[in-house]
Design a binder for this molecule. Structure first.
Ligand SMILES: Cc1cc2nc3c(=O)[nH]c(=O)nc-3n(C[C@H](O)[C@H](O)[C@H](O)COP(=O)(O)OP(=O)(O)OC[C@H]3O[C@@H](n4cnc5c(N)ncnc54)[C@H](O)[C@@H]3O)c2cc1C
Length: 435
């Protein structure tokens, strides 16, 4: 337990970054209060109920290279609760389905001519090596990939794939992002999913924080934040005021800017990244439509850009096959602002078009979820422009998805960032860590 005179740290945001930071602080004996605006913890990894199961609003999986996340799961006693599976990838181009896993798949891939298939295979094998030692942070993804793979592969495959993730500026994203992503995935088909879903991790973190004397408050949006060195004041919904010695903010910078009083706002980093949001459709199907975990859908007349079959990773749910489809988009776009029921109806028709075997009654239920701030769209040279996690002259530390670059945004990179930021919080050495 923490002594009452221990410095108090407020953590804004109960996604994985805030939960991991609060867990680490509480376990080392720092007085911590975590404040989450929504009535559920977990942020982008949060859940919804389906029958007696909890499922993610947005598809999530763990990679074997997710060292920081796996170490955290070890601390929580959940390391062995991760079920690992070999997964495969498909590709839909012009409405036609292809497996996309082996050299043979590539040689038979009709969406490219034979010379482009061979070039694709050779370059893909060498890509990580070709990037080593190069300043990829200042090289446009389009310039790098067009040069290596040629115009046809860029235009047929990569432009729609990157465009679907990053929007109109996709070609300008630094090549370093792709290089890092390939490093995370390492051409490995093994993916993990925790028993009990991501909710099991979220619950375990909440329990760990409270057991160690920390406070976790959901449904508690921070509405105002002022901060000078040594004293921060948080105004919560309903006018309640909370004092803290330090604050860790995990919310995207555009949101923090709204909360900050004028003095703090003037000290926040000037560079503000554009963010892509996302719309996902979660489909409960009466029959399986694909054995592949991940299938990009290109040039096929759908509004969504890919299909993720969670059943291929986590197994069918009581005979129901769970498929996510997604489109990353700006939070002001027509699609994002469209009515959920209208999206569900259109995307159901489009999914049936892709998989006619679904027939009229193959879709049992559809849920639509949206998130406004998902993928920061990094500009060239962001390694140098990335804002520091400290905000001079204040007690605020920043731990946002815009700070994980060049790592890919993931639970792993958020946990690593949380660890780094917590190490900057003043430590009260006399306090014994709670068990
Ligand atoms: C479609 C999709 C697929 C993904 N797939 C994967 C995957 O397979 N594997 C993986 O590891 N990662 C995946 N991710 C990425 C991962 O979910 C994120 O990188 C990670 O969850 C970011 O966590 P965070 O805590 O930094 O931010 P967030 O999860 O965004 O948490 C921020 C929290 O702050 C809260 N908040 C905002 N304003 C306030 C306020 N004023 N007061 C209090 N609280 C506030 C929000 O409600 C939110 O809970 C995926 C994301 C999406 C959207």
């Amino acid at each position: 337990m923490t002594p009452p005179d221990s410095p108090h740290v407020a953590v804004i945001g109960g996604g994985i970054c805030g939960l991991a930071a609060a867990h680490r602080l509480a376990r080392r004996g720092t007085r911590v209060t975590l404040l989450e605006s929504s009535d559920q913890l977990g942020g982008l990894g949060t859940f919804f109920a389906h029958g007696d199961r909890w499922l993610e609003r947005f598809y999530h999986c763990i990679m074997p290279s997710d060292a920081s996340l796996l170490a955290l799961l070890g601390e929580l006693g959940l390391r062995d609760a991760v079920r690992w599976r070999e997964t495969t990838m498909g590709m839909v181009v012009d409405g036609r389905h292809h497996p996309f896993n082996s050299a043979l798949d590539l040689l038979r891939f009709p969406a490219l001519r034979l010379p482009d298939r061979v070039r694709f295979g050779v370059v893909s094998l060498l890509l990580r090596r070709l990037g080593r030692g190069r300043d990829l942070d200042t090289l446009r993804t389009e310039d790098w990939l067009r040069g290596l793979y040629g115009d046809v592969v860029w235009e047929r495959l990569f432009a729609p794939m990157f465009g679907s993730k990053f929007g109109p500026a996709f070609g300008d994203v630094p090549a370093l992002y792709l290089w890092q992503r390939l490093g995370r995935e390492r051409n490995v088909a093994t993916r993990g999913y925790p028993d009990g879903g991501y909710k099991a991790i979220i619950d375990a973190l909440q329990a760990s924080i409270t057991r160690a004397g920390g406070v976790v408050r959901a449904s508690t949006p921070v509405e105002r934040l002022s901060s000078t060195e040594g004293r921060s004041v948080l105004t919560l919904a309903g006018g309640e005021v909370l004092d803290a010695d330090q604050v860790i903010s995990t919310v995207p910078l555009p949101l923090l800017r709204h909360l900050a009083d004028d003095a703090l706002a003037a000290r926040l980093p000037e560079t503000e990244l554009p963010y892509q949001g996302v719309v996902t459709g979660v489909f409960f199907l009466r029959k399986p439509v694909t054995e592949h975990y991940w299938t990009p859908v290109l040039h096929s007349g759908t509004e969504f850009d890919g299909v993720v079959s969670m059943s291929a990773l986590a197994g069918a749910d009581d005979g129901r096959h769970l498929v996510y489809v997604m489109h990353y988009t700006d939070r002001g776009s027509r699609l994002y602002l469209d009515d959920d029921a209208a999206i569900a109806a259109r995307w159901s028709a489009q999914l049936r078009g892709l998989y006619p075997e679904l027939g009229a009654d193959g879709i049992e239920e559809v849920r639509v979820f949206k998130a406004p701030f998902v993928e920061p769209v990094y500009p060239l040279g962001y390694l140098a422009a990335r804002p520091p996690v400290t905000v001079d002259g204040t007690g605020v530390l920043l731990a946002t998805t815009a700070h994980v670059y060049p790592d890919v945004t993931s639970w792993n990179s958020s946990v690593r960032l949380a660890n780094d930021v917590v190490s900057l919080v003043a430590h009260q050495p006399a306090v014994a860590p709670a068990r």
